[in-house]
Write a protein that binds this ligand. Structure first.
Ligand SMILES: NC(=O)c1ccc[n+]([C@@H]2O[C@H](COP(=O)([O-])OP(=O)(O)OC[C@H]3O[C@@H](n4cnc5c(N)ncnc54)[C@H](OP(=O)(O)O)[C@@H]3O)[C@@H](O)[C@H]2O)c1
Length: 241
Protein backbone atom coordinates (compact mmCIF):
# COMPACT_ATOMS: atom_id res chain seq x y z
CA UNK A 1 0.00 0.00 0.00
CA UNK A 2 1.39 3.44 -0.83
CA UNK A 3 2.45 5.40 2.24
CA UNK A 4 0.13 8.25 1.30
CA UNK A 5 -2.99 6.17 2.01
CA UNK A 6 -5.16 7.03 5.00
CA UNK A 7 -3.94 5.27 8.16
CA UNK A 8 -6.34 3.53 10.55
CA UNK A 9 -5.86 3.09 14.29
CA UNK A 10 -7.96 0.95 16.65
CA UNK A 11 -7.76 1.76 20.34
CA UNK A 12 -9.37 -0.60 22.84
CA UNK A 13 -11.14 0.99 25.80
CA UNK A 14 -11.17 4.32 23.98
CA UNK A 15 -14.35 5.71 25.49
CA UNK A 16 -12.53 7.44 28.36
CA UNK A 17 -9.22 8.01 30.11
CA UNK A 18 -5.95 7.39 28.32
CA UNK A 19 -7.59 5.50 25.46
CA UNK A 20 -9.82 8.41 24.55
CA UNK A 21 -6.88 10.82 24.72
CA UNK A 22 -4.70 8.54 22.54
CA UNK A 23 -7.58 8.48 20.03
CA UNK A 24 -7.75 12.29 20.13
CA UNK A 25 -4.00 12.71 19.60
CA UNK A 26 -3.87 10.15 16.76
CA UNK A 27 -6.85 11.91 15.19
CA UNK A 28 -4.97 15.21 15.34
CA UNK A 29 -2.23 13.49 13.35
CA UNK A 30 -4.73 12.74 10.62
CA UNK A 31 -5.41 9.08 11.36
CA UNK A 32 -8.87 7.57 11.09
CA UNK A 33 -9.62 6.47 14.61
CA UNK A 34 -11.63 3.36 15.47
CA UNK A 35 -12.95 3.79 18.99
CA UNK A 36 -13.11 0.36 20.61
CA UNK A 37 -15.54 0.30 23.53
CA UNK A 38 -17.60 -2.41 25.16
CA UNK A 39 -20.56 -0.09 25.73
CA UNK A 40 -22.27 1.40 22.68
CA UNK A 41 -23.55 4.53 24.44
CA UNK A 42 -20.17 5.39 25.97
CA UNK A 43 -18.35 4.55 22.74
CA UNK A 44 -20.58 6.60 20.45
CA UNK A 45 -20.38 9.55 22.85
CA UNK A 46 -16.59 9.50 22.50
CA UNK A 47 -16.91 9.20 18.71
CA UNK A 48 -19.21 12.23 18.58
CA UNK A 49 -16.73 14.27 20.67
CA UNK A 50 -13.85 13.30 18.37
CA UNK A 51 -15.86 14.14 15.28
CA UNK A 52 -16.70 17.58 16.71
CA UNK A 53 -12.92 18.09 16.95
CA UNK A 54 -12.53 17.22 13.28
CA UNK A 55 -11.36 13.61 13.62
CA UNK A 56 -12.65 10.86 11.35
CA UNK A 57 -13.79 8.59 14.19
CA UNK A 58 -15.90 5.42 14.17
CA UNK A 59 -17.32 3.23 16.91
CA UNK A 60 -16.30 -0.43 17.08
CA UNK A 61 -18.03 -2.47 19.75
CA UNK A 62 -15.28 -4.43 21.45
CA UNK A 63 -15.25 -6.21 24.79
CA UNK A 64 -11.75 -7.66 24.98
CA UNK A 65 -12.95 -10.10 27.64
CA UNK A 66 -15.41 -11.72 25.21
CA UNK A 67 -13.95 -13.73 22.33
CA UNK A 68 -17.15 -13.48 20.28
CA UNK A 69 -17.06 -9.70 20.63
CA UNK A 70 -13.38 -9.63 19.61
CA UNK A 71 -14.11 -11.77 16.53
CA UNK A 72 -17.10 -9.60 15.60
CA UNK A 73 -14.99 -6.44 15.99
CA UNK A 74 -12.26 -7.82 13.73
CA UNK A 75 -14.87 -8.77 11.12
CA UNK A 76 -16.42 -5.30 11.38
CA UNK A 77 -13.04 -3.56 10.88
CA UNK A 78 -12.18 -5.85 7.96
CA UNK A 79 -15.56 -5.38 6.26
CA UNK A 80 -15.97 -1.63 6.83
CA UNK A 81 -12.40 -0.37 6.51
CA UNK A 82 -10.34 -3.22 5.08
CA UNK A 83 -7.14 -2.13 6.77
CA UNK A 84 -5.53 -1.42 10.13
CA UNK A 85 -2.16 0.20 10.76
CA UNK A 86 -2.18 0.76 14.51
CA UNK A 87 -3.57 -1.29 17.37
CA UNK A 88 -3.39 0.21 20.85
CA UNK A 89 -4.15 -2.45 23.46
CA UNK A 90 -5.29 0.03 26.07
CA UNK A 91 -8.30 -1.56 27.81
CA UNK A 92 -7.30 -2.50 31.32
CA UNK A 93 -8.63 -3.00 34.82
CA UNK A 94 -7.09 -3.01 38.29
CA UNK A 95 -8.11 -4.60 41.57
CA UNK A 96 -8.55 -2.71 44.84
CA UNK A 97 -5.50 -2.35 47.07
CA UNK A 98 -5.30 -5.62 49.00
CA UNK A 99 -2.29 -7.60 50.18
CA UNK A 100 -0.94 -10.07 47.60
CA UNK A 101 -1.82 -13.00 49.86
CA UNK A 102 -5.45 -11.85 50.00
CA UNK A 103 -5.82 -11.96 46.22
CA UNK A 104 -8.15 -14.76 45.20
CA UNK A 105 -7.58 -16.77 42.05
CA UNK A 106 -10.99 -15.54 40.83
CA UNK A 107 -9.85 -11.94 41.15
CA UNK A 108 -6.52 -12.61 39.47
CA UNK A 109 -8.31 -14.45 36.67
CA UNK A 110 -10.68 -11.52 36.11
CA UNK A 111 -7.79 -9.05 35.85
CA UNK A 112 -5.83 -11.36 33.55
CA UNK A 113 -8.85 -11.92 31.30
CA UNK A 114 -8.85 -8.24 30.38
CA UNK A 115 -5.20 -7.23 30.76
CA UNK A 116 -3.55 -10.32 29.25
CA UNK A 117 -5.94 -12.73 27.51
CA UNK A 118 -7.90 -9.81 26.03
CA UNK A 119 -4.70 -8.51 24.47
CA UNK A 120 -3.86 -11.93 23.02
CA UNK A 121 -7.36 -12.34 21.56
CA UNK A 122 -7.52 -8.82 20.13
CA UNK A 123 -4.01 -8.91 18.69
CA UNK A 124 -4.51 -12.30 17.04
CA UNK A 125 -7.87 -11.31 15.56
CA UNK A 126 -6.37 -8.18 13.98
CA UNK A 127 -3.00 -9.60 12.92
CA UNK A 128 -4.09 -10.29 9.32
CA UNK A 129 -4.88 -6.60 8.81
CA UNK A 130 -1.87 -5.34 10.79
CA UNK A 131 0.49 -7.64 8.87
CA UNK A 132 -0.80 -6.25 5.58
CA UNK A 133 0.06 -2.68 6.60
CA UNK A 134 3.33 -1.16 5.41
CA UNK A 135 3.79 0.28 8.93
CA UNK A 136 1.87 -1.86 11.42
CA UNK A 137 2.34 -0.72 15.01
CA UNK A 138 1.04 -2.42 18.16
CA UNK A 139 1.31 -0.56 21.44
CA UNK A 140 0.54 -2.37 24.68
CA UNK A 141 -0.45 -0.17 27.63
CA UNK A 142 1.77 -1.46 30.37
CA UNK A 143 2.80 0.11 33.67
CA UNK A 144 5.85 0.70 35.79
CA UNK A 145 4.04 -1.52 38.29
CA UNK A 146 4.64 -4.35 35.83
CA UNK A 147 8.40 -3.82 35.93
CA UNK A 148 10.14 -6.80 37.56
CA UNK A 149 13.26 -4.64 38.02
CA UNK A 150 11.22 -2.19 40.08
CA UNK A 151 9.48 -4.94 42.06
CA UNK A 152 12.87 -6.50 42.83
CA UNK A 153 14.25 -3.24 44.22
CA UNK A 154 13.23 -3.62 47.87
CA UNK A 155 14.68 -0.19 48.76
CA UNK A 156 12.04 1.61 46.70
CA UNK A 157 8.34 1.63 47.60
CA UNK A 158 6.18 -0.43 45.26
CA UNK A 159 2.39 -0.78 45.27
CA UNK A 160 1.74 -4.47 45.76
CA UNK A 161 -1.14 -5.17 43.42
CA UNK A 162 -0.56 -8.86 42.77
CA UNK A 163 -3.00 -9.37 39.90
CA UNK A 164 -2.51 -6.03 38.15
CA UNK A 165 1.28 -5.85 38.45
CA UNK A 166 1.83 -9.43 37.35
CA UNK A 167 -0.65 -8.99 34.48
CA UNK A 168 1.41 -6.06 33.21
CA UNK A 169 4.62 -8.10 33.56
CA UNK A 170 2.91 -10.80 31.49
CA UNK A 171 1.83 -8.15 28.99
CA UNK A 172 5.45 -7.03 28.66
CA UNK A 173 6.39 -10.62 27.95
CA UNK A 174 3.75 -10.74 25.20
CA UNK A 175 5.30 -7.62 23.66
CA UNK A 176 8.70 -9.32 23.51
CA UNK A 177 7.37 -12.57 22.08
CA UNK A 178 5.41 -10.88 19.29
CA UNK A 179 8.30 -8.51 18.54
CA UNK A 180 10.64 -11.46 18.12
CA UNK A 181 8.19 -13.37 15.95
CA UNK A 182 7.70 -10.38 13.64
CA UNK A 183 11.27 -9.05 13.71
CA UNK A 184 12.40 -8.24 10.19
CA UNK A 185 8.86 -7.39 9.08
CA UNK A 186 7.30 -3.90 9.10
CA UNK A 187 5.21 -4.85 12.16
CA UNK A 188 6.50 -3.43 15.47
CA UNK A 189 5.35 -4.22 19.02
CA UNK A 190 6.20 -2.08 22.02
CA UNK A 191 5.05 -1.58 25.62
CA UNK A 192 4.34 1.90 26.92
CA UNK A 193 4.13 3.20 30.46
CA UNK A 194 2.24 6.47 30.71
CA UNK A 195 3.22 7.37 34.29
CA UNK A 196 0.71 7.91 37.09
CA UNK A 197 -2.17 9.52 35.23
CA UNK A 198 -5.36 10.92 36.75
CA UNK A 199 -8.16 8.67 35.43
CA UNK A 200 -11.05 6.61 36.77
CA UNK A 201 -8.59 3.71 37.17
CA UNK A 202 -7.05 5.39 40.23
CA UNK A 203 -9.94 7.60 41.35
CA UNK A 204 -8.13 10.50 39.65
CA UNK A 205 -5.27 10.32 42.17
CA UNK A 206 -2.68 10.25 39.37
CA UNK A 207 -0.31 13.20 39.17
CA UNK A 208 -0.11 13.42 35.37
CA UNK A 209 -2.70 14.50 32.84
CA UNK A 210 -4.05 12.20 30.15
CA UNK A 211 -2.44 14.52 27.59
CA UNK A 212 0.97 13.80 29.14
CA UNK A 213 0.33 10.10 29.62
CA UNK A 214 -0.81 9.57 26.04
CA UNK A 215 2.33 11.06 24.48
CA UNK A 216 4.53 7.97 24.69
CA UNK A 217 1.71 5.83 23.33
CA UNK A 218 1.28 8.11 20.34
CA UNK A 219 5.04 8.20 19.74
CA UNK A 220 5.17 4.38 19.67
CA UNK A 221 2.03 4.18 17.49
CA UNK A 222 3.61 6.45 14.88
CA UNK A 223 7.20 5.16 14.83
CA UNK A 224 8.91 5.34 11.48
CA UNK A 225 10.43 2.24 9.89
CA UNK A 226 13.73 2.69 11.76
CA UNK A 227 12.00 2.85 15.14
CA UNK A 228 12.44 0.19 17.83
CA UNK A 229 10.45 -3.00 18.34
CA UNK A 230 10.30 -5.13 21.47
CA UNK A 231 10.89 -2.23 23.86
CA UNK A 232 9.36 -0.87 27.06
CA UNK A 233 9.22 2.92 27.07
CA UNK A 234 8.06 5.95 28.96
CA UNK A 235 8.15 9.34 27.30
CA UNK A 236 11.82 9.80 28.23
CA UNK A 237 12.99 6.53 26.68
CA UNK A 238 13.55 2.89 27.64
CA UNK A 239 12.35 1.61 31.01
CA UNK A 240 13.75 -1.41 32.88
CA UNK A 241 11.61 -4.52 32.28
N1 LIG B 1 -3.94 5.75 34.82
C1 LIG B 1 -2.71 5.37 35.10
O1 LIG B 1 -2.01 5.95 35.95
C2 LIG B 1 -2.10 4.22 34.35
C3 LIG B 1 -0.76 3.92 34.60
C4 LIG B 1 -0.15 2.86 33.92
C5 LIG B 1 -0.89 2.13 33.00
N2 LIG B 1 -2.20 2.43 32.78
C6 LIG B 1 -2.94 1.61 31.82
O2 LIG B 1 -3.55 2.43 30.86
C7 LIG B 1 -4.73 1.76 30.36
C8 LIG B 1 -5.89 2.73 30.39
O3 LIG B 1 -6.14 3.05 31.74
P1 LIG B 1 -6.90 4.39 32.22
O4 LIG B 1 -6.09 4.93 33.32
O5 LIG B 1 -7.26 5.23 31.08
O6 LIG B 1 -8.20 3.73 32.88
P2 LIG B 1 -9.75 4.03 32.74
O7 LIG B 1 -10.02 5.49 32.65
O8 LIG B 1 -10.39 3.23 33.81
O9 LIG B 1 -10.10 3.40 31.30
C9 LIG B 1 -10.05 2.03 31.09
C10 LIG B 1 -10.74 1.74 29.77
O10 LIG B 1 -10.67 0.33 29.56
C11 LIG B 1 -11.98 -0.10 29.22
N3 LIG B 1 -12.18 -1.52 29.51
C12 LIG B 1 -12.05 -2.18 30.68
N4 LIG B 1 -12.35 -3.46 30.50
C13 LIG B 1 -12.66 -3.63 29.19
C14 LIG B 1 -13.04 -4.72 28.39
N5 LIG B 1 -13.21 -5.95 28.90
N6 LIG B 1 -13.25 -4.52 27.07
C15 LIG B 1 -13.10 -3.29 26.52
N7 LIG B 1 -12.78 -2.21 27.24
C16 LIG B 1 -12.55 -2.38 28.55
C17 LIG B 1 -12.91 0.79 30.02
O11 LIG B 1 -14.22 0.73 29.49
P3 LIG B 1 -15.54 1.02 30.41
O12 LIG B 1 -15.72 2.51 30.44
O13 LIG B 1 -16.61 0.31 29.66
O14 LIG B 1 -15.27 0.45 31.77
C18 LIG B 1 -12.22 2.12 29.77
O15 LIG B 1 -12.57 2.62 28.50
C19 LIG B 1 -4.91 0.52 31.22
O16 LIG B 1 -4.40 -0.60 30.54
C20 LIG B 1 -4.07 0.81 32.44
O17 LIG B 1 -3.60 -0.35 33.08
C21 LIG B 1 -2.82 3.46 33.43
Amino acid sequence: MPETEQAYALITGANKGLGREVARQLGLRGMTVLVGARDRTRGTRAVEELRRQGTDAHFVRLDVDDEASVAAAAEHVTREFGRLDVLVNNAGIVEDDIPPSATTTALAERVYRTNVFGVIATTHALLPLLSASHAGRVVNLSSRLGSLAKAADFDTPHRLLLAYNSSKAALNSLTLHYAREFAGTPLKFNSATPGYVATDLNGHQGTRTVEEGARVVVTLATLDKDGPTGGFFDEDGPVAW
